[in-house]
Design a protein around this ligand. Structure first.
Ligand code: ADP
Ligand code: MG
Ligand code: MG
Length: 250
């Protein structure tokens, strides 16, 4: 489904990604772990097509198509979804309006008809109940004054609504208490399917007790320095990242 080949990226002339190779098949969940500053969020921004990142080498293929040539709207239309470490706040736009606009923009880019308001309301109601997103949160401006947990639950609501084929979740667990972590994880697990793949970026092993990955990769200094099964996360929790940071610096 997704193939990242020798990806190098810079920000303001600083080399951040230094040759990432990663293949994710349909239905697989991969986790990327690693110390702060290793380039995890940079990888998610590059996949999302955020400005400011210069790709100096390599490619990213999604079902064989070059993602790096698509603008962010096209990426959403082909089924890529990125949940940001720091979700953006949009003061003038009600959450509900934002969700409807995002969904219909995706449908329009795909050449599909707009989803009418009654159908949309029904769908949002079902999904928001599962994710513990209140009616009040749907009426408020997007993410403005939302707690960390509310922002993350709302991101998973967006994801459930857009039904992407490939999801990147960047530190979805950061700032969540144990109840919010459970709700978010259940929401993510409900979206697991043989046709949908995910890349879960996290600093901590805890999230991976709830969302059990097929593969775990360690990123350090812009490279994947180790790959293993789900037990690698437990090993990292115990030993920390020290052996990988010193290894990558050498
Ligand atoms: P992680 O998500 O693994 O904590 P990031 O991808 O956020 O790491 O950051 C990787 C590195 O890139 C860090 O050293 C960070 O300081 C650097 N970096 C990120 N954005 C910029 C920027 N706009 N200008 C310069 N350096 C940046
Ligand atoms: Mg960080
Ligand atoms: Mg980060």
């Amino acid at each position: 489904m997704l193939e990242i080949k020798n990806l190098h990226a810079e920000v303001d002339g600083n080399k951040i990604l230094r040759g990432i190779n990663l293949t994710i098949n349909a239905g697989e969940i991969h986790a990327i772990m690693g110390p702060n500053g290793s380039g995890k969020s940079t990888l998610s921004y590059v996949l999302a097509g955020k400005d400011d990142y210069e790709i100096t080498e390599g490619e990213v293929l999604f079902f064989g198509e070059n993602v790096l040539e698509m603008d962010p709207e096209e990426r959403a239309a082909v089924g890529l979804f990125l949940a940001m470490q720091y979700p953006i706040e949009i003061p003038g736009v009600a959450n509900m309006t934002f969700l409807k606009t995002a969904l219909n923009a995706q449908r329009q880019t795909r050449g599909e008809p707009e989803m009418k308001t009654p159908d949309f309301m029904k769908r949002v109601k079902e999904l928001s109940a599962k994710l513990n997103v209140s009616q009040e949160m749907l009426r408020r401006p997007l993410n403005v004054g939302f707690s960390g947990g509310e922002k993350k639950r709302n991101e998973i609501l967006q994801m459930a609504l857009l039904e992407p084929k490939f999801c990147v979740l960047d530190e979805t667990d950061s700032g969540l208490d144990i109840d919010a972590l459970r709700i978010v994880s259940e929401g993510v697990n409900a979206l697991r399917s043989e046709e949908r793949s995910m890349l879960i970026i996290t600093h901590y092993q805890r999230l991976l007790d709830y969302i059990v990955p097929d593969m775990v990769h360690v990123m350090s200094q812009g490279k994947i320095v180790k790959t293993g099964g789900k037990d690698l996360a437990l090993e990292l929790e115990e030993k920390g990242y020290a052996e990988y940071t010193s290894g990558a610096a050498a």
